[in-house]
Design a protein around this ligand. Structure first.
Ligand SMILES: Cc1cc2nc3c(=O)[nH]c(=O)nc-3n(C[C@H](O)[C@H](O)[C@H](O)COP(=O)(O)OP(=O)(O)OC[C@H]3O[C@@H](n4cnc5c(N)ncnc54)[C@H](O)[C@@H]3O)c2cc1C
Length: 497
C-alpha cells in the first residue's frame, strides 16, 4: 500500500534527496524530515571568509570543509542541478585542462612532487621516447612496468572469493609496489583510509567488473566495452537532465560558484515550498520501533514529540541507527564498518610577486609509507586555485588557496605550513587565512564483504516486523560519493508504490 506518512531520519544530502523525490512521488503522503543538527546538509559546509587585499579592496574566498568537487558520472546530481535551476552556477574543469591532467604524488624520500601520467597512452608514448624522463623517475618506472606486464599475468583471482581489499586486488594484478603507491594514495584521497581494509567491490566495482570482462586482465577489460546495463537504466524513471548532461561533455570534475552548499540551500528552498514536507532542524530521532498493533513506526525525538509514520527512511550514519533500535528488533551489520576522521585545513596565501607556490594541477596525494617508515600526517592537498579559481572574484588573482587533508588534528598552523613547504619544495609564506575543520568519524570505511552484508541487511528489512517499510540508505550503505548519496535518495521507497 502506498505510504500515507513518511519519516526521514537525517538531513544530509541523502535524506534531502530522499525528501525531494519522495514528496514528488507520493504527493498525498505527509513527509517529516528530522535532522540532528540545526545545519542541514550533513558534511557539506561551504562558507565564505572575508579578506582584505594589499590595495585595501575587500573580497572573500570560498572555503569548503566537506565535499568540494563532483564527478559528472552521477546523473542524479545532474538532474538536481537541472531541476533546481542551478546550471548557471556550474563551474567545470575540462579533462583537457592542466587542472585536470596534472595530478601529483608526493613520494617520501624524493624531491618535490611527481606528476602521474594522465593516460595509459601518454605513459606509453612518454615512456618510449628516448628523451623521456618517465622511465627514469621512480613513479614512471613502477607505473609503466606494472601496466605493461598486467595483461600477461594469468587470471589469478583465487577461486570462490567474493571480495577482497583494494590493496590485495591491485597487488594481484599490478604488484605490491604499485598497490602500495597508487592504490593507497587513491584511497587516502577518497576515504582518508587504508587500502588494505577497503572493499574493492564496494569502493571500485568497475575494477572488479573489468577484471571479469578482460578474463583476468584489467587492462584488457577496460579496453572492452561493458555490455551490462545498470539497473537504473532499466527500471527507473528517466533522469530529467535538460542541457546539463550536454554541458558535462569532456568535463573531469565540477562544482558550483558558491560551493556544494548551494545544492543543499536549493534543496531546502524547494522542499520548504512543498506542502507535504515538514523539515525539523536541530531535532534528533532518539528511538525507532514498529508498533505491531497499529503497523506504524513510532519515532521518539529530542523535542519530546513522538512521530508516527507508515513508512520510514533512515539516512543517518549506521551506528546512529543502531542506537535508535530496541534490542528486541536489532538490524545486522550496522557497526561492521569503522568511520574515518579527517582534518581539513583551508589555507589562503598572498602569492609573493614572481613566485609560484604550487604547480598548476588538481593537487597531490601521499601514499602509504613502506614498512618501517613513520606515516605522514598529510594525506594530500588540493590546489583549489588551479581548479576552482572562478569561485573567487577576478581581482583576487594573487590569492592562492589550497586545502590540506590530514589523518590527525594538526599540531599547529606554522608546523603544517612547514610540512607542506617541504612536500611542495617551495617555502610557503604565512597564510592569510587558516581554517581547521576536525571532521570526526565522517567517512565510512566499507570493509571487505560490505556488499554481502548489505544484502543481508536488506533481507532482514524485507521480513517482520519491518515488511519493507523501513529503508536504510546513506553513505555507509550504498557508497560515499555525493553522487551515490543523491542516487540512493532518488531510489528510496521504490518498492512502496
Ligand atoms: C571532508 C569530506 C570531503 C568529501 N569530499 C567529497 C567530494 O569532494 N566529492 C564527493 O562526491 N564526496 C565527498 N565526500 C563524501 C560525501 O560528502 C558524503 O559521503 C555525503 O555528504 C554523506 O551524506 P549523507 O547524507 O549520507 O550523510 P551525512 O552527511 O553524515 O548526514 C547525516 C545527517 O544525519 C543527521 N543525524 C545523525 N543522527 C541523527 C539522528 N539520530 N536523528 C536525526 N538526524 C541525525 C546528521 O545531523 C546529518 O545531517 C566528502 C566527505 C567528507 C567528510
Amino acid at each position: 500500500m502506498a505510504p500515507s506518512s513518511i519519516a526521514i531520519l537525517g538531513g544530509g544530502l541523502t535524506g534531502l534527496s530522499a525528501a525531494f523525490h519522495l514528496s514528488h512521488r507520493f504527493p498525498a503522503a505527509q513527509i517529516t524530515l528530522l535532522n540532528k543538527d540545526i545545519h542541514f546538509g550533513g558534511w557539506v559546509h561551504s562558507r565564505r571568509a572575508k579578506l582584505t587585499l594589499k590595495d585595501g579592496r575587500e573580497t572573500s574566498v570560498l572555503l569548503e570543509a566537506g565535499p568540494r568537487t563532483l564527478r559528472p558520472n552521477s546523473k542524479s546530481v545532474l538532474e538536481l542541478i537541472n531541476l533546481l535551476d542551478l546550471s548557471s552556477s556550474l563551474l567545470t574543469v575540462p579533462k583537457s585542462s592542466p587542472a585536470a591532467r596534472n595530478r601529483f604524488l608526493r613520494l617520501p624520500g624524493t624531491q618535490g612532487l611527481h606528476r602521474i601520467p594522465s593516460s595509459l597512452l601518454s605513459l606509453l608514448t612518454s615512456g618510449l621516447s628516448p628523451k623521456s624522463s618517465s622511465l627514469h623517475s621512480p613513479l614512471g618506472y613502477i607505473l609503466l612496468s606494472a601496466v605493461a606486464r598486467e595483461p600477461f599475468r594469468s587470471w589469478n583471482r583465487p577461486p570462490m572469493i567474493e571480495d577482497e581489499s583494494v590493496d590485495e586486488f591491485l597487488s594481484r594484478r599490478f604488484g605490491t609496489e604499485f598497490a602500495r603507491i597508487f592504490g593507497s594514495a587513491l584511497v587516502h584521497g577518497i576515504y582518508a583510509a587504508d587500502s588494505r581494509e577497503l572493499s574493492v567491490r564496494a569502493a571500485f566495482p568497475s575494477l572488479w567488473d573489468a577484471e571479469e570482462r578482460g578474463r583476468g586482465s584489467l587492462v584488457t577489460g577496460f579496453l572492452r566495452p561493458s555490455r551490462v546495463l545498470a539497473t537504473a537504466e532499466v527500471d527507473d524513471p528517466p533522469y530529467q537532465l535538460g542541457d546539463v548532461e550536454e554541458r558535462m561533455r569532456g568535463v573531469s570534475v565540477y562544482s558550483l560558484s558558491q560551493g556544494i552548499g548551494v545544492l543543499v540551500d536549493a534543496l531546502l528552498r524547494e522542499l520548504r515550498t512543498r506542502r507535504n514536507v515538514r523539515l525539523l532542524g536541530g531535532v534528533s530521532a532518539t528511538g525507532l520501533r514498529m508498533n505491531p498493533r497499529t503497523a506504524q513506526f513510532e519515532i521518539t525525538t529530542s523535542s519530546c514529540e513522538t512521530l508516527r509514520a507508515t513508512h520510514t527512511v533512515s539516512a543517518v550514519p549506521l551506528p546512529s541507527l543502531k542506537g535508535l533500535l530496541s534490542p528486541k528488533t536489532p538490524l545486522p551489520h550496522l557497526t561492521a564498518n569503522p568511520y574515518s576522521s579527517v582534518t581539513v585545513v583551508n589555507l589562503v596565501f598572498l602569492a609573493p610577486p614572481g613566485r609560484v607556490l604550487h604547480p598548476v594541477g588538481f593537487g597531490y596525494l601521499v601514499p602509504r609509507m613502506s614498512a618501517g617508515h613513520q606515516e605522514n600526517a598529510i594525506l594530500g592537498c588540493v590546489f583549489d586555485s588551479s581548479s576552482m579559481s572562478a569561485q573567487e572574484a577576478p581581482w583576487s588573482a594573487d590569492i592562492v588557496k589550497m586545502t590540506a587533508m590530514l589523518r590527525e588534528p594538526v599540531a599547529s598552523i606554522p608546523r603544517l605550513v612547514e610540512m607542506l613547504s617541504e612536500q611542495l619544495g617551495v617555502r610557503l609564506p604565512d597564510p592569510l587565512i587558516a581554517r581547521v575543520h576536525d571532521n570526526v568519524h565522517c567517512i565510512p570505511l566499507l570493509r571487505v564483504g560490505h556488499l554481502q552484508r548489505m544484502r543481508e541487511l536488506s533481507g532482514v528489512l524485507r521480513g517482520e516486523p519491518w515488511s519493507g517499510k523501513l529503508e536504510v540508505i546513506g553513505a555507509g550503505v550504498g557508497g560515499v560519493s555525493v553522487g551515490d548519496c543523491v542516487e540512493a535518495g532518488r531510489r528510496a521507497g521504490k518498492s512502496w508504490a
